[in-house]
Design a protein around this ligand. Sequence first.
Ligand code: N2P
Length: 347
Amino acid sequence: MQIRRALSLVGVLAAVAIMAGCSRAGKPVLHVFNWSDYIKEDLVKVFEEKYGCRVVMDFYDSNETMYAKVKAGGGGYDVIFPSSYMVSIMHGEGMLMPIDRSKVPNLKYIDPDYTRFTMDPGSDHSVPYMISNSGIGYLKSRVPEVKSSWGMFDDASLAGRMTLMNDMRETIGAALKFLGYSLNTTNDFELAEARDVVIRWKKNIAKFESEQYRNGLASAEFLLCHGYNGDVMQVMEENDDVGYVIPEEGTSLASDDMVIPKDARNPDLAHAFINFLHEPEVAAENTAYIFYLCPNTASYKLLDAEVLEDPTVVLPEALLAKCEVIRDLGELNEKYTKVWDEIKAAQ
Ligand code: N2P
């Protein structure tokens, strides 16, 4: 796919403005905090060349670890990629800069079908990046009888060879869906039941793990892992024996959004980066590489049909109806922290 296309006039003017502002300090640096394996690195290089800057990227494996670091004042980041519920928490705490829509003309491409997954559909302080879902990655040869169910974590024959995400909302959410409840419930009885399910599953898993499971599947250290669709698909690209199922009880869907923290040092470059990732060619190339869907309408026609027709990338309606987006529950988020602490403490 040809993405090194000529700079648009808007792009040139923006690049000149950004470089002029930083000429005395040398190359401007954009500090980015992103999920691991969530961007095609070559595209970052294209951005660096286009804007005469350097991008320094750090990585995290859950919204909560990202939040803890940023809240403690760490990082000095210009762009972060929280899921929508975390955008809402950060916005509520005054941690985010408003998006200057005039600096992100590519907002016009955001697919309105997916803004229902975000908590900021007007892109006031966040811009959708990718849509993800959670499910189960597994080795076909080792788990031939796999079922599309969270109940797989009850299978004692796989004990010690499975992982669940080290992520309170995802893992408690999986147990809630298994039980037929909402993954946003605040009902104490439902939460207690889900807690007990995860404690039961904990006996069968090797560990709670949200990042290394990809390598673990590739090396057959793990046979069945709770993971994100694109992460598992990336392993599948290299290894035909890997499969991915979305449990029929439903799962969590996320709109992972791009935000600019209030104390960002380079907000102009941050806006330029966000806009760049929504250039249709860039969005398409990124999606084709990481296997998550960038909700950018103009990029779809640049994608191979097999990506858009892949039911793990674009979910069929019947399954979609059983899935939910994790919501910010305000003060009641505490209930999940408490249940998670109990799960972690359980023997
Ligand atoms: C990337 C995982 C991103 C999905 N490794 C998070 N919703």
